[in-house]
Design a protein around this ligand. Structure first.
Ligand code: GLU
Length: 314
């Protein structure tokens, strides 16, 4: 005879209970946000008010729960690497061989690691891998930026989502490290398009702005567990979630797997999106970052939420 599990052992799907957990987690996250600093890498993002905090959950049932600044748009930055990878896999399921799938203990902008590995990116979420993804998209779709924007618009249901030209330009003006990465890749034949064009496409992609409500909805296809995937094949959905778990939080992925236990992707705009397969997605946004480049408050809020709501894959 099968015994049912006690309710406390299951991931919480009830919207009213989730809202209470989100509010408690946000309060804790706000305190931690005071210990972080907005990114120094992109001047336009340094000036974002540090007290902003948005927390959204989207469920496979179609319900959405929003707490805080969930309609304000923030710069998705590296969160877009998740969507560009999916846009590429839709066109080329063999792209994994080009971008890799291993975690790293190096920084996401590491030149040393790329050199040591003969110019092969470690995974699609370090900048080397993300640049190869954008380059391949440009080759296959004629534009390295639009497929990613369109995927986020379609999946979120918000056609107004845009890239912010001033953010993309500001990053282009300070692009020394990303330019060096692109040249190292080109030196071993891993880039097919002219580097200035590739970088413009990549910075436009990173400068896409969306709210936490939009972003949680846009990632919801990653939580679907049925075999008949519309956005991504069953196999690739499984692989993308696996690489998000092991490499989605820069070189802090092990710490996050331990503390949160969900596939997640962060960006230096202060956003983090997480996936609980079979249940739904979560997106938090709090601009100040910790020393690993992840949202300081967002991470604490996510850790508290996963504990209270039992949102963990383990
Ligand atoms: N546009 C940033 C870069 O390429 C994205 C960094 C991030 O969010 O991790 O450096």
């Amino acid at each position: 005879m099968s015994r049912s599990l006690p309710r406390s052992a299951l991931a919480e799907p009830s919207p009213s209970a989730l809202r209470a957990h989100m509010e408690a987690a946000l309060a804790k996250g706000l305190v931690a946000a005071g210990r972080g600093q907005t990114t120094a890498l992109i001047p336009d993002l340094r000036a974002v008010p540090p007290e902003k905090f948005g927390f959204s959950v989207a469920l496979l049932t179609g319900e959405q729960i929003s707490v805080g600044d969930t309609r304000e748009r923030f710069s998705l930055q590296s969160i877009t690497k998740l969507f560009s990878l999916v846009a590429l896999l839709q066109r080329d399921p063999d792209a994994w061989d080009e971008v890799g799938w291993e975690p790293t203990s190096h920084s996401f902008r590491s030149l040393t690691e790329l050199e040591e590995r003969g110019g092969k990116p470690r995974n699609p979420f370090v900048n080397a891998g993300a640049l190869v993804v954008t380059d391949r998209l440009k080759t296959l779709a004629g534009d390295g930026f639009l497929p990613t924007l369109q995927l986020i618009q379609q999946q979120s249901g918000n056609a107004k989502i845009r890239s912010v030209p001033s953010v993309a330009r500001a990053e282009f003006a300070h692009a020394h490290v990303n330019t060096a990465i692109a040249h190292l890749l080109a030196n071993v034949g891993r880039i097919q398009n002219p580097i200035p064009q590739l970088l413009r496409n990549y910075f436009r992609q990173c400068a896409i702005e969306a709210s936490t409500d939009d972003t949680a909805r846009a990632a919801l296809f990653l939580a679907q567990k049925d075999q008949h995937q519309v956005v991504l094949s069953f196999e690739d959905r499984r692989r993308v979630n696996a690489v998000l778990l092991t490499a989605g939080m820069y070189n802090a992925a092990g710490d996050i797997a331990y503390r949160v236990g969900m596939p997640v992707k962060s960006g230096i705009g202060g956003g983090i999106v997480g996936v609980l397969p079979g249940v739904g997605t979560v997106c938090v946004w709090s601009p100040p970052l910790d020393e690993t480049g992840n949202s300081a408050g967002g991470l604490v809020a996510l850790e508290e939420f996963s504990r209270l709501a039992r949102w963990s894959i383990f």
